[in-house]
Design a protein around this ligand. Structure first.
Ligand SMILES: [Zn+2]
Ligand SMILES: [Zn+2]
Length: 228
């Protein structure tokens, strides 16, 4: 039933933006998709194993902006497919260029994983704001898990996508090449923990959390040293 006087186009225009969370691959990577309300524009966070086949139908016909949180294979192994076949514009931080460009890290992936290197279209920097339709994305540079790890902050959604920096009640590993725990701790305290307390945190694996909850309850990096 169509109610008189209500314009369906304007209803669509004012509908709430939503975050579509998907899980793909042997490490249960979280891949997030958001659609702009004003244009056929989609934002995708990470390109895990299986994500291309899982998402290509939904994404077809959109201008796609694919953000890679960092260069580990489980987050970028299918980015080249999005770039080549769906003409996605791929964004990442240059400090992980070696991870993106060399096939060497295939050795970390289980056998049978489709893995391609990727040349991102755009290298991003801390503080850069990228407009994708009506979605505004601020890049936060958060090294530690890898040298080129970034977070993507979407103030309009009250949400931050943190890759493998911060998880529900834990933090990302720093024992892989290029990892640095002091850097990770600084990134969490100086970049993520200064976001508004109610900001939803969407990690690269596992369940979502909130900035204030991790400040209080994270056993590895609480808000202050010795605050537990
Ligand atoms: Zn990682
Ligand atoms: Zn990961």
């Amino acid at each position: 039933m169509i109610l008189p006087g209500i314009n369906l186009i304007s209803i669509r225009h004012f509908s709430m933006l939503s975050i579509h969370a998907h899980t793909f691959g042997p490490y249960a990577n979280c891949v997030y998709v958001m659609y702009s309300n004003v244009k056929k524009v989609a934002v995708v966070i990470d390109a895990a194993s299986g994500s291309f086949d899982g998402l290509k139908k939904c994404l077809a016909g959109h201008d796609i902006h694919l953000f890679l949180t960092h260069g580990h294979w489980d987050h970028m192994c299918e980015a080249a497919k999005f770039q080549r076949e769906l003409k996605a514009v791929v964004y990442a931080h240059k400090a992980d260029q070696d991870w993106f460009a060399t096939a060497e890290q295939r050795k970390y992936a289980p056998p049978g994983i489709s893995f391609e290197t990727i040349s991102p279209n755009i290298w991003v920097e801390h503080g850069q704001v990228i407009q994708c339709g009506d979605l505004s994305i601020k890049v936060l540079y958060t090294p530690g898990h890898t040298p080129g790890q970034i977070a993507l902050y979407m103030e309009s959604l009250g949400s931050v996508f943190v890759g493998d920096t911060l998880f529900y009640r834990t933090v990302g590993r720093t024992d892989l090449p290029g990892g640095n725990f002091d850097q990770l701790k600084n990134s969490i305290r100086r970049i993520l923990y200064i976001l508004p307390p109610h900001t939803a945190v969407y990690p690269g694996h596992g369940e979502k959390t909130r900035i204030d909850a991790e400040q209080k309850h994270n056993p590895i990096v609480p808000l202050r040293e010795n605050s537990l």
